[in-house]
Design a protein around this ligand. Structure first.
Ligand code: FES
Ligand SMILES: [Fe+2]
Length: 337
């Protein structure tokens, strides 16, 4: 060990199927997860469904105005209630054999089943849904603390910004051939910026890139090279949520595991005004940075899997947020640090 540095996670944790299965349960079935913008769920019957680390989840706006969350899995023989994506439905009817459920999840009718049974025992399986300033989060753990309590310090970082006034402009996704932690590790340090991001490097002084750690989150900053103020916060909250907030725009980046060797990055762009003349340029620039990162993380993934590398070192100067993230990964699996 080199003084002051820490060791990385072992290479196998980036592709081993048993590790992935453990993380599905110990992290993604235990933590608050960003799920949607509330503006996607305005009218009664509107829904968002997505697969999240193998969990098949949906959130729907019930006719009483409440948001409700369920596993998108019918209690008959595991058919889906809705297709993945955003949409609207008049009823919750399973697409396989047509069992229908009320918007509170109660089984209303088991179409032409041939025998009576107790419907109460076959309600949809619920998940928790809570809101923060127009952003919808879910949690599969009924015993978890509330969203606002659990993410309090992280949310306080955004206190001075008009988060709820930001309007959804684009929700893109990028499918990457790497483990979700390969992408998160990369996101959590500015060490690679001078090597990988020429444009970003021209805008910000990467030598003075600074990362401050908080309770399961970190705040990144770097001074602009032109001396101008950077009126914004670049934040990352364990396990998989990045939030970049400025005076007039914000983006939410969410790393969704899709398998031991793949992930999907959801990229949500929100702007204070839909007439903002910078919209196209901001989106183009973030796509460019994403492609620069993709080129590296997909090769890193293959190198992690190649058999030559077992583990490595994290710089205390540049990679302390990576170390914090990896400590939380270890802790989630019950390892003492
Ligand atoms: S699986 Fe849903 S009705 Fe059969
Ligand atoms: Fe990067």
């Amino acid at each position: 060990m080199v003084d002051g540095s820490s060791r990385t996670l072992p290479a196998a944790s980036y592709f081993d199927a048993a590790v992935y299965d453990r993380e599905r349960r110990s992290i993604f079935a235990a933590e608050w997860l960003w799920f949607a913008c509330e503006s996607e769920l305005e009218t009664p019957g509107s829904y968002v469904a997505r697969e999240y680390a193998g969990w098949r989840l949906m959130v729907v706006r019930a006719p009483d105005g409440q948001l409700r969350g369920f596993h998108n899995v019918c209690r008959h023989r595991a058919g889906p209630l809705v297709d993945d994506g955003a949409g609207s439905c008049a009823n919750l009817v399973c697409r396989y054999h047509g069992w229908s459920y009320a918007f509170d999840g109660q089984l209303r009718s088991a179409r032409d089943f041939g025998v009576e049974f107790d419907h109460d025992e076959y309600a949809l399986l619920g998940i928790r849904v809570e809101m923060w300033r127009g952003q919808v989060f879910v949690n599969l753990d009924a015993g978890a603390p509330s969203l606002l309590e659990d993410l309090r310090d992280f949310f306080e970082e955004a206190a001075g910004f008009s988060v709820e006034s930001m309007q959804l402009v684009r929700l893109a996704h990028h499918d990457l051939a790497c483990n979700w932690k390969t992408y998160a590790d990369n996101y959590l340090e500015g060490y690679h910026i001078p090597m990988m991001h020429p444009m970003l490097n021209r805008m910000y002084d990467a030598k003075r890139y600074d990362v401050v750690l908080g309770d399961r989150y970190c705040r990144h900053s770097a001074p602009a090279r032109n001396g101008g103020d950077v009126n914004g916060r670049w934040l990352y909250r364990w396990p998989n949520l990045a939030l970049n907030i400025y005076g007039d725009s914000m983006n939410v980046e969410v790393i969704v595991p899709t398998g031991p060797r793949t992930c999907r990055v959801l990229y949500v762009h929100l702007f204070l005004s839909l007439d903002d003349p910078d919209i196209d340029q901001v989106i183009r620039f973030s796509d460019e940075v994403m492609e620069e990162d993709r080129a590296m993380v997909e090769v890193v993934q293959r190198n992690l899997e190649c058999g030559a590398y077992t583990d490595g070192l994290l710089s205390p100067k540049h990679e302390h947020a990576v170390a914090q993230f990896q400590d939380l990964v270890r802790r989630s699996s019950g390892e003492t640090i």
